[in-house]
Design a binder for this molecule. Structure first.
Ligand code: PEP
Ligand code: MG
Length: 375
């Protein structure tokens, strides 16, 4: 209810009874996609049983954007190390706050997955700025050097470019810094008597080799922290499955991953070849007119195509690793029809935005009750 609104106690207790009924019936666990202290607190109020997706790229915006820019355009290893050193305590604090708020519930932290252009100045704007300054003879040396880097890093199609694990392989210190921040925050909270449960998730993996490279770095960081502090860390390392190739090779990928989380936003984009950022494009509406879609596949899971990959990826993954934990953290994790599908194919949890958690709990319960009635 909203502030100032009169609370109808009968309604509140009826809703509580319905939710308790759904929670008693459901098999799927419900987690939240949350990365700010506000969202995490909201997620808990709505009954989240963990965080299924903490998108860390959001933590690098605002004041910290400059540090990422410095990191990406660093001219030397020392420059890079200085930027990472400045980011480490900030990230450690971010994760400490989340572990405290989640109080022993699992927290899946996804290593940074930005399309790079979001952290760099726009190429055209910067080119014009430098050209005008050159004409006036007032060009700033920093801008001139930055322009060279922005030209070098410019991509025609950033969503298919230097994102996710690819960025981690390009700048290995970045993922190592995040792993350190997560695990040091977890070690501190453990020493303070809490039981944080970090799950470190690698984005945009297409090949098992990518996972092996990053995982080796994470394990080395963990080992160093354990040895230097004399603690035993509880954590796991897993991957997003959001590229068709990863779904097809799920058995091999599961050999290196303790959990999978299906990123159905990217998986839908890659499977249909529709840009997820252009679903407002006019041709898209033709698909509704011609009844090719009755609902956008970005809103409700395309159960045959993308769903087929989720089902296949889950089966293949569990064949290779029977105890593989499997969830979904794309927008479909909060969509009623999609939730019934995820329940049917045996996922362990769905993760959705905090406001969708009650609906997800309800639908996860309904899915079980409907299946029971239809038996
Ligand atoms: C996804 O692709 O479904 C996902 C959860 O990741 P993001 O939306 O951050 O790309
Ligand atoms: Mg994604």
């Amino acid at each position: 209810h909203f502030e100032g609104e009169k609370v109808d106690d009968d309604l509140v207790s009826a809703v509580a009874r319905i939710m308790a009924h759904a929670d008693g019936a459901r098999r799927l666990r419900v987690r939240a996609n949350a990365d700010t202290p506000d969202d995490v607190a909201r997620a808990r109020r709505f009954g989240a049983q963990g965080i299924g997706l903490c998108r860390t790229e959001h933590m690098f915006l605002g004041d910290r954007r400059e540090l990422v820019e410095r990191l990406v355009v660093a001219e030397s290893e020392d420059d890079q190390a200085a930027a990472l050193e400045a980011l480490l305590p900030l990230q450690r604090q971010d994760f400490t706050e989340i572990f405290e708020a989640m109080d022993g519930l699992p927290v899946t932290i996804r290593l940074i997955d930005p399309p790079l252009h979001e952290f760099l100045p726009d190429l055209t704007d910067l080119s014009v700025k430098v050209a005008l300054a050159e004409e006036r003879g007032t060009v700033d040396e920093h801008d001139r050097v930055l322009l060279q880097h922005v030209r070098r890093l410019h991509e025609q199609n950033p969503m298919l470019g230097l994102r996710g694990v690819r960025l981690g392989i390009q700048i290995p210190g970045l993922f190592r810094m995040q792993a350190r921040a997560i695990l040091e925050a977890a070690a501190d909270r453990t020493a303070a008597g809490m039981r944080p449960v970090p799950e470190i998730m690698i984005p945009l993996v297409a090949s098992v080799r990518e996972l092996e490279i990053v995982k080796a770095d994470i394990l080395a960081v963990a080992q160093e922290i354990e040895e230097s502090r004399g603690v035993t860390l509880t954590y796991s390392v897993g991957t997003m499955i959001e590229l068709p190739r990863a779904a097809f090779l799920a058995n091999r990928i599961a050999a290196e991953a303790e959990f999978f989380s299906f990123g159905t936003n990217d998986l839908t984009q890659m499977a249909w070849g529709f840009s997820r950022d252009d679903v407002e494009a006019s041709f898209f509406s033709r698909y509704f007119e011609h009844a090719i879609f009755d609902v956008s596949p970005f809103e409700s899971l395309d159960q045959l195509g993308v769903g087929g990959m989720v089902e296949m990826g889950t089966k293949k993954g569990r064949k290779a690793r029977p105890d593989l934990k499997v969830g979904v953290c794309g927008e479909h994790g909060g969509d009623p029809r999609s939730i019934h599908f995820f329940d049917k194919v045996g996922l362990d949890y769905v993760s959705c935005s905090p406001f969708r958690i009650p609906i997800a709990r309800l639908e996860a319960g309904r899915s079980v009750l409907i299946a029971r009635t239809n038996k």
